[in-house]
Design a protein around this ligand. Structure first.
Ligand code: ARG
Length: 461
């Protein structure tokens, strides 16, 4: 028989053991313990501050709670399933430590505003950590970009060679995505950083509490204006899961590119041994497990977002036990995003080598300079569409002849159009093709140099 629960005076008998297990959240909400303690300390201080309990009682509660924190950190406090959840576990242990005064802690509070407070304190910390990881990821991207402003790589649309670009330009695209992710988390943070503490079970409390006081102690920017909303709002978690999903989208896209680049078909990068694995049967294999796992793990974060949306959509006000389901997906998303950011940052910093010779060759072996021929004519007064059609013809006949545009003789060029001159060869060289795209935000070297500088400034503030 399980022990009777904290709420069990109203009940004749204890929970069925299987139902106790089913109901319990301690296995996963133990993750919140330090935030639970911090939140309870603020609550206890407020109770003393407002005269609801005496200053000595407040002091005892705060000290007792601190002892639990130490016990937990030293591995001495490991509450089991009979505690039901982390909130009961801490309260029970507190009463063992400080005696009957421990039973005063829950005055003017409910587990509903308590768990909401804990979750927000947890997420606040995690958001700051993930933002720092995004900064580390961005730093590595700029470091590589800075060294590769003049390294060219084929640029694609429809996964067909389109126009060559600076490798730095390509990597800085991911920098920009990460920058939006960083900013988005900052926006989410504002709505996470609101205190529900003092909303009580759903309707507020009969005690003369001071919600601003606890909010101040816990460094919340504001407090929920409506108690029903305060205990049952999980928008902040959904917003975080959206932001987390977008981070995963971006990491997954980069992963996909690295996987392609590492293939025999592309051969744009070599994976270093520290970040690649072998096959158990094919001795020649070197597999891109890191980006594959990142791409694969993306699905679970999307799943947690979907789950949270579904959990919320039918919930009547105010608290419902469904809300206990908010935690595992949230924790898993946080852990997944952190693990993926760490792995991708390491992969970029030390697990990848761009094969610069192969890249240099790749940008000369196709018709990715065809637009530049059309632009060449257009700049000399030929209407662009006319020039475009003419170049289309040249590409067709060149393919048939097994030639590239650079292989045409000046005579051949001039037969096509008298506007062609000897400078056509320079105009269609890969370097010039890239350098010439000097419009703002384009891949021209002058633009990319500025973009690298701007990126450095962005992450230094
Ligand atoms: N373990 C619960 C949760 O995570 C705590 C709140 C319980 N509240 C209640 N009214 N049963 O949501």
């Amino acid at each position: 028989m399980t022990e009777k629960q904290t709420w069990s005076q109203r009940f004749e008998s204890a929970l069925h053991p299987a139902i106790a297990r089913f109901n319990a959240s301690i296995n996963f909400d133990i993750e919140l313990i330090e935030y639970d303690i911090t939140g309870s300390q603020a609550h206890a201080k407020m109770l003393a501050h407002t005269g609801i309990i005496s200053p000595e009682e407040g002091e005892k509660l705060v000290t007792g709670l601190e002892q639990i924190r130490q016990e937990y950190r030293q591995g001495q406090f490991q509450p089991g399933i009979d505690a039901e959840d982390v909130h009961f576990a801490v309260e029970k242990r507190l009463t063992e430590i400080v005696g009957d005064v421990g039973k005063k802690l829950h005055t003017a509070r409910s587990r509903n505003d308590q768990v909401g407070t804990d979750t927000r304190l947890y997420l606040r910390d995690q958001i700051r950590q993930i933002q720092q990881q995004l900064r580390d990821f961005q730093t590595v991207l700029v470091d590589i970009a800075e060294k590769n402003i003049e390294t060219l790589i084929p640029g694609y649309t429809h996964l067909q060679r389109a126009q060559p670009v600076s490798l730095a330009h390509h990597l800085l695209a991911y920098f920009q995505m990460a920058q939006r992710d960083w900013e988005r988390l900052g926006d989410v943070y504002k709505r996470v950083n609101v205190s529900p503490l003092g909303c009580g079970a759903l309707a507020g409390t009969t005690f003369p509490i001071d919600r601003h006081y606890t909010a101040g102690l816990l460094h919340f920017e504001g407090i929920y204006a409506n108690s029903l909303d305060g205990v049952s709002d999980r928008d902040f978690a959904i917003e975080f899961l959206c932001a987390a999903s977008l981070i995963m989208v971006h990491l997954s896209r980069l992963s996909e590119e690295v996987i392609l680049w590492a293939s025999e078909e592309f051969r744009f990068v070599t994976l270093k041994d520290s970040c690649a694995t072998g096959s158990s049967i094919m001795p020649q294999k070197k597999n891109p497990d890191v980006p594959e796992l990142v791409r694969g793990k993306t699905g679970r974060v999307f799943g947690h977002l979907q789950a949270m949306l579904v959990i919320m959509k039918g919930l009547p006000l105010a608290y419902n036990k469904d809300l206990q389901e908010d935690k595992e997906g949230l924790f898993d998303s946080v852990n997944t995003v952190k693990a993926c950011l760490e792995a991708m940052t390491i992969l970029l910093a030390e697990g990848l080598e761009f094969r610069t010779q192969r890249l240099a060759q790749a940008v000369t072996e196709d018709f990715a300079n065809a637009t530049d021929v059309a632009d060449y004519l257009a700049a000399r007064g030929v209407p662009f569409r006319e020039a475009y059609n003419l170049v289309g013809q040249v590409v067709k006949t060149s393919i048939a002849a097994g030639k590239l545009l650079k292989d045409l003789t000046l005579d051949e060029w001039q037969k096509l159009h008298p506007a062609f001159d000897a400078d056509i060869y320079e105009a269609i060289s890969p370097r010039q093709v890239v350098a010439a795209r000097n419009s703002y935000g384009g891949t021209g070297f002058t633009q990319v140099k500025q973009a690298v500088l701007a990126a450095r400034t962005q992450i230094s503030t």
